[in-house]
Design a protein around this ligand. Sequence first.
Ligand code: CA
Length: 224
Amino acid sequence: MRVLVVEDEKKTAAFIRRALQDEGFLVDVCHSGDAALSAASAASFDAVVLDIMLPGLDGLGVLRAWRSAGRVTPVLLLSARGDVNERVAGLDAGADDYLGKPFVIAELSARVRALVRRAGDTKTTMLTVADLSLDTIRRQASRSGTAVELTTREFRLLEYLMRSPGRVCSRMALLEAVWDCHFDPGTNVVDVTIKRLREKIDAGFQPKLVQTVRGLGYAITIIE
Ligand code: CA
């Protein structure tokens, strides 16, 4: 389950990220409305936590753009001003829920869980790329029908890559999303885990699915 958090206050964003990761969500963070639009067109999310007050395009602008483009991802709006007019404007713009700041983090987590659960009926929990399948509920992976045993970290890495097949993910993006590491740890932990993943899902199979894009990062896709 992947959540996008859009909040320009870095401490608040980090706090929300941590809480949602503790709930088992994969979390991407953006600090502006424009970055949120790019993130949402590059990947699919199960829910979005969207702050209204953002530099440049604000949260309501982002939400209107998504809804007019037919994007139905559930959105929890956050606002420093808990006034009724803003709440109404948010719901009119297509928000699914609304939370005023300051909020209790447990309430935010509970609301995100509820949004994801409500959307769950229409959501894909079975990810596939070629003959590689990932069942995100049962936490099972298989290639050509053969079960593949993965560690929790390998599973999270593979899920992150398979949620947007073909997207090249940088080492830093993977460190943040999978390891919750927001600085360069100076180790090759991503490369090592990718190597193990490759041994498990690509060795002995064709086509190869784990791709290295030199200088950029990694992707899961079929190279024609
Ligand atoms: Ca803000």
